[in-house]
Design a protein around this ligand. Sequence first.
Ligand SMILES: [Zn+2]
Length: 380
Amino acid sequence: MNQTNRPYQRCTNCVMDTTDRAITFDEKGVCDFCRDFYAHILPGWQAKKNDPDLLRRTGEAIRSAAKPGGYDCIIGMSGGVDSSYLCYVAKELMGLRPLVYSVDTGWNLPLADENIRRVVDALGLDLYTETVDWEEMKDLQIAFLRSQVPYQDLPQDHAIFAGLYNQAVSRGIRYVLTGANSATECIRPPVEWVYQNDLRLIRDIHRRFGTRPLKTFPTCSLLKFRLYYPLFKGMRRVAPLDMLDYDKEEAKRFLQERFGWQPYDNKHYENVFTRFYEGYYLPHKFGYDKRKCYFSNEILAGTMTRDQALAALEEPGYDEGQIQADLEYIAGKLGLAPAEFQALMEGENRTFRDYRNSWGLIRMGTVVLRALGIEKKKFR
Ligand SMILES: [Zn+2]
């Protein structure tokens, strides 16, 4: 478990606490995430929501930038509520012709694939599914487990992130629509819990613990993503859900009624590995419970009260029977003996600082982006 010398303290406004070691509190006991949200994120978010014409204007700008007959944008689709709703918004509210892009990392639950199919078919959209080479995926995931870092979702996240942006650029699609939204993601989890899509770290961990070359695994450095693609390829990211009064629960109901879409137990639980990683690995090995970030977001967005969040945190995030079943399934799929998998779970904890990384560069970049007003979220 995570060792900390500080006395335990929980924010009086949200439910973040000192399991995030870098958290700070003001004299009223309000944490730095909350202060940052009210000072920097809320004003811009409200301004966007209060502009009823922004979504239409954005749709028009995207359409007019597209080549005739081609896709005007690309949407990364997981089958989760945000990306599913985004497909509907793009097609029907913005009048766009998106290419829907999904990645098969080998861990998707059948329910997620079913949801993707239902939404895409009903809206008459084209779907492109990229299948990551399983032997490479597996090798990188085992390397990550051996590295003992918290960020076990990084191999999957990187494949999805890199695959999407590489696909957009290779097809000459300028606009990438993202389901990211302030209503559910106004807090960026602490960097100790959820590190960056840092290709340098991924490569170093794979160099040390991997056994086969990554020949086809999708990769994209942050420099390429932040500078080369926008400046030289004209790539733009747009977050339409922030231009609406986006209510996740309402969106779920809508998706169920309209498409027969089916809900998941928890955010990101459309994927077996993510369920294990967030529900068991992070809390059990590091003492990090990402639900604190999700619920705090909801409190700040006004869709949950602090009392509801505290009560929800008392509930186990993961069903006992499900944990055992998932552990066995994951070990088996990765080709690890149960004892070996258990040993990896109990090894000495490490962080990105134990490996080559681009954290210095990322932080410097973020300071610049925040100074320019491009990046709003607090980052530490
Ligand atoms: Zn707070």
